[in-house]
Design a protein around this ligand. Structure first.
Ligand SMILES: [Cu+2]
Length: 327
């Protein structure tokens, strides 16, 4: 037996043991993450789950390898804050509509049912797709009339944070016909312990984050030291909003779904209608930290905070991380 072969025979069992240990460790990590996800809104999420920000993940069924989603647009009485009920238009009975999250390369189909009292059409904002699936009424397709449905089908090529919305006119969008459209890249997704979205609305529902006005906006949970991803989406339909986070700075890592070559650190980010940004924040101190529009009439009244305000409830780290000096 050559010395080379002897060496291989000694090394292989060692490698096998190492591999088993690594697999066991990976199993422990995965199960602890899953365990936390049920109690603490930490990734990963399943269809129908509350994503911890007042939105829910859209369910779908797989038919012949295609992910099939159903979206029903209909009028809805929607309470934006306690006692403040507005006449909304909604996909599947919620404002915003369900979060559509698919993987890069998926073929997706959307059956859109129009139960509104008026015509509509649905646009897939930021998607590279065939022109006749772009959802622009009168240009790429006929208007979907009340009682009718329209089926869209395309391949998810454009990765990152995007959104979908009615392209009929701004009023439909302002009444709530929009939602987050998230295409998870095969490689290089933004790494984070938590994944929130804040869709900014400023139409007939008033100033709303994810369809709600403070104090009805969902409180957002985080822990010191975690990487917290926030997807900011300007759904408009009319205004721009300087979104400000208390408690230090965040990093802007992507715009309109595209990763920035150099992430930029700031504490206030101007979000225009149609724009999306992915920001990452690592809280350094426990407490209640605001994220809000810094135009005061969008975030406050004479009776206190209202509109575009959400609160991060930051808890101590799950493991003993060093805290910043100075308390
Ligand atoms: Cu604003």
């Amino acid at each position: 037996m050559s010395t080379e072969l002897v060496r291989k025979r000694k090394v292989l069992p060692v490698l096998t043991v190492l591999l088993s240990v690594l697999i066991a460790l990976a199993g422990v990590t995965a199960s602890s993450v899953l365990k936390e996800s049920t109690s603490d809104s930490v990734l990963p999420a399943a269809a129908g789950d509350d994503l911890g920000d007042g939105t829910r993940l859209a369910p779908y069924e797989v038919v012949g390898g295609v992910k099939v989603f159903r979206l029903r647009a209909a009028p809805l009485s929607w309470e934006v804050s306690p006692g403040n009920v507005r006449q909304a238009f909604a996909y599947n009975g919620t404002v915003p509509g369900p979060v559509i999250r698919v993987n890069e390369g998926d073929t997706v189909r959307f059956i859109v049912q129009n139960d509104l009292p008026e015509n509509t059409a649905l646009h897939w904002h930021g998607m590279d797709l065939p022109n006749d699936q772009d959802g622009v009424p009168g240009l790429t397709q006929p208007e979907i009339e009340p009682g009718q449905s329209f089926t869209y089908e395309w391949k998810a090529i454009s990765t990152g944070t995007h959104w979908y919305h009615s392209h009929m006119h701004g009023d439909q969008e302002g009444k709530g016909l929009y939602g987050s459209l998230e295409v998870v890249p095969r490689l290089g997704d933004i790494v984070a312990a938590r994944d929130y979205r804040l869709i900014i609305g400023d139409g007939p529902l008033g100033f709303v984050f994810n369809g709600k006005s403070f104090p009805a906006t969902a409180p957002l949970r985080a822990r010191v030291g975690e990487r917290v991803r926030i997807r900011l989406i300007g759904a408009g339909p009319e205004m721009i909003h300087p979104i400000h986070l208390h408690g230090g700075y965040f990093e802007v890592v992507a715009q309109d779904g595209r990763r920035l070559p150099v992430p930029q650190q700031m504490d206030t980010l101007l979000v225009g209608v149609g724009q999306t940004f992915d920001i990452v924040w690592v809280p350094t101190r426990v407490g209640k930290w605001m994220i809000h529009c810094h135009i005061f009439s969008h975030a406050e009244t004479h009776h206190g905070m209202a509109g575009l305000v959400s609160i991060f409830n930051v808890d101590p780290p799950a493991v003993g991380l060093p805290l910043p000096l100075g308390g």
